[in-house]
Design a protein around this ligand. Structure first.
Ligand code: FNR
Length: 369
């Protein structure tokens, strides 16, 4: 292999075949008025598939639970109109030779009353906390937990029925599933709280219900992160042993592919090895892993001061990425902002035209192109 060939090899995973290793990272765009994917959304995803992306993971799309949505104009993943809109997205991506998975999302305590749909419903979360120690919403009852588990399973089944190639569960960044994982926001004293094994019970119930709904052969991708939007320095696992126990429980419950969210893919996860989070997860589970975080860019997507203004970033070398890919540290590589700036990023990189790539600027988020 030479140059970028290794990125553009076809990959055959257990349940998913892809034309290359490039994944579009899930990115919320809030451009679906009425929570229904429209023509602009269809063309936006079609452009990335035409631009050479092997697997698109859609923006977070919220499941059918009254408190699942957290921001205006995010596409829903339930109801006839939204699912019909998603079917058009799927068809467009398939027509362009790509594959696609919806990122199924529940925002948990990040929700504020008033966001539609959901009206006055407060945020639902393990202990009513979006931030450690601050109760601002509703602590979920067993009935709430059962309802949310069922909503994820229904969404997964709908995804399969309308032709998606896989689903991704959003278990990262301090949203609902991660609010259960994180001891900062999970202070429950029942079977869903306690050590990390108990705090994983909610995710495991979702995985088992989703698996039962989609059958054995349909790929389930699980996204998780150490960092939280509430605290970039937060960690669920301090050692490879802790990470191994955590990811293997999820793996046993049905995960086929791990999407390991970090802000800078080149950072070692633990001292004494330069493996990143995806590298460790792959090594510890034997399952395929997706890496992500500032691929092809010189700055990460969240500023240190915590203001989510998604600062600008210039194109940067991908040599380190290529070396790690060749070493098989991970299987797939997710690209976020560089694909907002360059819908044809994959084709350009494959053609060796790195010098022609556009920088990412946060104003690019104002329109869907
Ligand atoms: C994101 N990210 C994100 N992550 C996620 O799991 N679900 C989501 O809906 C979103 N939404 C979102 C919107 C925008 C505008 C940005 C920039 C990012 C995080 C994203 O998937 C990715 O992990 C980061 O952007 C890091 O990758 P890049 O941009 O450095 O390649």
């Amino acid at each position: 292999m030479s140059g970028t060939d290794t990125l553009f090899q076809a990959v055959k995973l257990d349940k998913l075949e892809l034309k290359n290793r490039i994944v579009m990272a899930p990115m919320t765009r809030t451009m679906s008025p009425g929570n229904v994917p429209n023509d602009l959304n269809v063309e936006y995803y079609r452009r990335r598939a035409e631009g050479g992306v092997g697997l698109i993971v859609t923006e977070g799309t919220f499941v059918g639970h009254v408190a699942a949505s957290g921001y205006p104009n995010v596409p829903a993943f339930f109801g006839e109109d939204a699912l019909a809109g998603w079917k058009r997205v799927v068809n467009a991506v398939h027509d362009a030779g790509g594959k696609i998975a919806p990122q199924l999302w529940h925002v948990g305590a990040v929700r504020r009353p008033g966001v539609m749909p959901g009206g006055d419903t407060p945020g639902h979360s393990p202990s009513g906390m979006a931030f450690p120690g601050k109760v601002t919403g509703h602590a979920m009852t067993q009935q709430d937990i059962d309802d949310v588990v069922a909503a994820f399973a229904q969404a997964a089944k709908d995804a399969k029925d309308i032709g998606f190639d896989a689903i991704e569960l959003h278990g990262a960044h301090g949203y609902l599933i991660d609010q259960f994982f994180w001891d900062g926001t999970n202070q429950r004293e029942d079977a869903y709280g306690g050590d990390l094994e108990a705090r994983s019970r909610f995710a495991i119930e979702i995985l088992q219900a989703v698996r039962a709904a989609v059958g054995e052969d349909f790929p389930i991708i699980f996204r998780f992160s150490q960092w939280k939007q509430q605290n970039y320095a937060a960690r669920l696992c301090e050692t490879p042993e802790e990470l191994g126990a955590f990811v293997n429980r999820l793996s046993d419950a049905g995960v086929d592919i791990f999407h390991c969210s970090s802000r800078r893919f080149w950072e070692p996860e633990f001292e004494g090895s330069d493996l990143n989070l995806a590298g460790w997860t792959r090594k510890l589970t034997g399952k395929p892993a997706i890496t992500v975080g500032s691929v092809g860019l010189n700055a990460d997507f969240l500023p240190e001061d915590g203001t989510a203004n998604f600062k600008a970033a210039e194109p940067a070398s991908i040599d380190n990425l290529l070396e790690r890919t060749e070493r098989e540290e991970f299987d797939l590589v997710a690209v976020g902002r560089a694909l907002i700036a360059n819908p044809d990023w994959a084709n350009q990189v494959q053609a060796g035209k790195l010098a022609d790539l556009a920088a990412y600027e946060k104003d690019m988020l104002k329109k869907l192109y």
